[in-house]
Design a binder for this molecule. Structure first.
Ligand code: AMP
Length: 335
């Protein structure tokens, strides 16, 4: 890994359960790209998290390549950052087991994502889904992470990781760095275009309101044209205008302007014109990313090479923490 200006560690992961969408880009990926020049960054395709919900193995396999290709296409640079696939580094599962034993049933039960997913999939409330946050804590804590760029929806999981790390540190001695979240200034929560009160998610039932990074131009335009607004006419960012505010956020991120500048630009415009402009700006922004993605997907050997090199480095780093943890909890370590 190249030494950058700071030795602080940044860690983030995305799970290949569904295709990457605008919320992922604005909430997490954009910060991940920016942070590469300042910190030592470690970024993961979190395939082990994906099997906590029902999934088709062939889709998971395809998406693992997809995500790695998209990581590169958006500008994550394997010369600057460690890019790897979670299941290639067994220390994640090993530390997660230890952390399970230092996490209370009650605190894991309070996780809202677990409650939401249990309601959504009552037929598959498995132990992995329940223990998802301790696997996530292991992901982060293994690398002595200082900062975690994430969207607002992951805040509660990060809090749990901090609590468990603090508990372990005070029971034994300082072992883990306590990580802080980095949330985007704009767009910590991007909403579904058809239901602006709900988070845009990779596996939403309301898929017509989710814009995927690999959607073609016509699909993107169609989704924006149908975006839910309200019955008034003002294009302003306000709590009681979730649809318009969401569109203004998306526009300002992809156009590189502030919300105030976007409001000025669209003062007096019709909702239809506004939605068209937002769609066009997203199409323009994603075009070069999609072209690069196509290029990388045609070079699977290269992707595998990146995965392998990243996993080698990650295993080396992860092992340092894991052996410390094993020693502290009393596991005998053969020489
Ligand atoms: P996930 O899709 O759960 O794998 O999340 C990957 C990353 O994207 C996490 O850091 C999430 O916080 C972020 N993220 C996912 N959906 C959104 C959204 N609608 N708005 C903002 N951030 C999001």
């Amino acid at each position: 890994m190249e030494t950058t200006q700071s030795n602080k560690i940044v860690y983030s992961a995305l799970k290949p359960t569904g295709d990457l969408q605008l919320g992922n880009y604005i909430g997490a990926l954009k910060n991940m790209i920016r942070l590469q020049d300042e910190y030592r960054c470690i970024y993961t395709v979190a395939d082990m998290h994906s099997i906590t919900v029902d999934n088709v193995p062939a889709d998971l396999r395809r998406r693992t390549y997809d995500f790695m290709a998209l990581f590169l296409a958006i500008g994550l640079d394997p010369e600057k950052s460690v890019l790897f696939v979670q299941s290639h580094v067994p220390q994640h599962a090993e530390l997660a087991w230890v952390l399970n034993c230092y996490t209370q049933f009650g605190e894991a039960s309070r996780m809202t994502q677990f409650k939401d997913k249990s309601l959504k999939h009552p037929e598959n409330i498995n132990l992995g889904l329940f223990a998802y946050p301790t696997l996530m804590a292991a992901d982060i804590l293994l690398y002595q992470t200082d900062y975690v760029p994430i969207g607002k929806d992951q805040k509660q999981h990060l809090e749990l990781a901090r609590d468990v790390a603090q508990r372990f540190n005070s029971k034994y001695s300082p072992t883990f760095v306590i990580p802080d979240g980095i949330f985007p200034k704009q767009g910590a929560k991007i909403s579904n275009l058809l239901d602006p009160t709900a988070k845009m998610g990779k596996t939403d039932d309301n898929a017509g309101g989710v814009v995927f990074l690999l959607d073609d131009a016509d699909t993107i335009m169609r989704k924006f044209k149908r975006a839910v607004t309200d019955c008034d006419h003002d294009i302003v960012f306000r709590e009681d205008k979730p649809g318009i505010s969401n569109l203004l956020t998306i526009y300002s991120v992809f156009n590189g302007t502030t919300i105030e500048e976007a409001e000025k630009e669209f003062a007096g415009a019709s909702y239809a014109d506004f939605k068209l402009k937002v769609g066009e700006c997203v199409v323009e922004y994603l075009k070069p990313i999609q072209e690069k993605y196509d290029y990388y997907m045609k070079n699977k050997d290269y992707l595998e090479d990146i995965m392998k090199k990243g996993a080698d480095t990650a295993r080396y780093l992860a092992n340092k923490t894991l052996s410390k943890v094993y020693r502290k909890v009393g596991f005998v370590q053969p020489k």
